[in-house]
Design a protein around this ligand. Structure first.
Ligand code: BGC
Length: 252
């Protein structure tokens, strides 16, 4: 399918940093995924060190795609819920470009994961698709007829005395010592809330929870169909590379 176009994709998360070379024409990883724990604190200098190591590891030159766990408005981080505050209000695209010499294209992690699912996964369909990444936080990517509506931040909807991701993310599940089966009812309640707000046609569950979908999927008794992300935790690196490919092409 198409000519080979290889791009390096990063998925920077609150818990892990992953990278792989991706053929953006068929959505396939062409290398093993490199994975390291996100340094703590996850400040700009420590994360940059890892990014530089990974670029060197892949001996890569060219445009780079990067999913980042924050609101990314025109390359600038506008929140820092699960990452160090030193990123806040930083133009991450410019920062990485200056430090690596490579053109970086940065977007919200759930938005890019969603791009991969919508272009190459089972979420390729008309109507409203909501992709949720359930991991350290809860990220969301919203797509209408395949087109992304960026930075929706559905994990940050207010709930009880806090926000939903503090109650139903994977880290909340672990904190509360819940099995996937015991966690499912509160997650279903969250999905029902989103159902009422947005009337989606499909929910896609990505992030760390996607590979455990067999444990909780059938317990989500809601009207909207819910499926696991086809690329599971690879969706982030894949979508990041695709995003870079599209931005780079648009720039000409
Ligand atoms: C952030 C989102 C991010 C999600 C998953 C949330 O805390 O606000 O921007 O997509 O975590 O990493």
């Amino acid at each position: 399918m198409g000519k080979k176009k290889i791009i390096l994709g990063f998925d920077i998360g609150g818990t892990g940093i992953k990278a792989a070379l991706i053929n953006i024409n068929d959505g396939k990883l062409v290398t093993e995924k490199e994975k390291v724990l996100t340094p703590q604190p996850s400040d700009t200098k420590s994360v940059l060190k890892i990014v530089l190591q990974m670029i060197k590891h892949f001996k890569y030159k060219g445009p780079v795609g990067c999913g980042f766990p924050a609101i990314i408005h025109h390359g600038v981080a506008k929140s820092a819920a699960n990452i160090d505050d030193s990123w806040l209000n930083l133009d991450i695209q410019k920062f990485f470009f200056k430090e690596t010499g490579l053109p970086f294209y940065v977007a919200n992690d759930a938005d890019v994961a969603g791009l991969a699912e919508v272009k190459f996964g089972k979420a390729k369909q008309k109507g409203m698709v909501i992709v949720l990444t359930v991991g350290t936080g809860i990220g969301s990517g919203m797509f209408l007829d395949g087109k992304l509506i960026p930075n929706t931040e559905m994990g940050h909807l207010y709930y009880k005395d806090s926000i939903y991701e503090h109650y139903v993310s994977n880290s909340a599940r672990k904190r509360d010592n819940l099995s996937w089966e015991d966690w499912a009812p509160s997650f279903a309640e969250y999905l029902e809330h989103l159902e009422k707000l947005f009337s989606p046609d499909l929910f896609v569950i990505g992030g760390g929870a996607s590979s455990r979908f067999d444990r909780f999927g059938t317990l989500l008794k809601i009207e909207t169909p819910v499926i696991p992300a086809e690329f599971e935790n690879d969706a982030g690196v894949l979508g990041a590379a695709m995003y870079a490919g599209e931005c780079y092409k648009a720039k000409g």
